[in-house]
Ligand binder design. Structure first.
Ligand code: ADE
Length: 223
């Protein structure tokens, strides 16, 4: 999978993509991430990419021309399955969206800053608008990092234990059950007996019950 990310702050994204699972995905040739500095497409030599809002109001708006220039250039080089704008007024990211996007070949992500991007770029180019939650970040970069991480771990071959993504919270519509590792007793708290007896049918049943219980307690609307 190839992901092109348009941003005025590529430095913000370098660290998350160079560690852990995303690093491994890149090293295995399963994920190719390309960061594009929007200021390289600025309207003048001062690197201007934003301007005041028509109609007045606080906050700058990212201009059409620089964004259109970089988007057109990338679109000229390959077809994109989706051009995604990270924005608090997009649809809220959930596991099904990550699952769907993990099957795509080429994605383009646009990170907004200031007040956001000119509506005409959304109308002309953007095919999907995603929010990572009902709160406002100072830019789309951290949201893009969250989205890429959520997608990348689902690409076959990225996780070492192929089954592990399937047992994540949300993958089957439920929250994940509690998990334990050694020691069998810690500060007086014991690992549930059922997990120690090697009866995998009982273990599966226990996990399912616990997943249901946890979902009922914490996120009943998921049931
Ligand atoms: N940009 C600013 N806030 C955001 C959010 N909650 N989700 C996605 N992009 C954003």
């Amino acid at each position: 999978m190839r992901i092109d990310i348009i941003t005025v702050m590529p430095e913000l994204l370098e660290s998350p993509f160079n560690h852990s699972i995303l690093k491994r995905a890149k090293e295995r040739g399963l994920l190719h991430i390309h960061l594009h500095q929007l200021r390289d497409y600025a309207i003048n030599k001062h690197g201007q990419v934003d301007d005041m809002q028509y109609g007045g109001g606080a906050g700058m708006v990212m201009m059409c021309e620089p964004l259109a220039k970089v988007i057109e250039k990338l679109k000229g080089e390959r077809d994109y399955d989706d051009i995604i704008y990270l924005t608090p007024d997009g649809i809220t990211l959930h596991q099904k969206i990550a699952n769907t996007l993990s099957l795509k070949e080429n994605l383009m992500l646009i990170c907004g800053h200031y007040k956001g991007i000119d509506q005409r770029i959304r109308d002309l180019y953007v095919t999907l608008e995603i929010s990572i939650g009902d709160y406002v970040l100072s830019g789309g970069e951290l949201a893009a990092a969250v989205l890429v991480d959520g997608i990348a771990r689902l690409i076959p071959g990225v996780l070492n234990d192929e089954t592990s993504a399937l047992t994540d919270s949300h993958q089957d519509g439920l929250l994940a059950p509690p998990i334990y590792t050694r020691p069998a007793e810690f500060q007086g708290l014991k690992v549930p007996e059922v997990l120690l007896n090697g009866n995998f049918k009982l273990i599966d049943e226990w996990r399912e019950m616990e997943a249901l219980k946890r979902t009922q307690e914490r996120r009943p609307e998921l049931l």
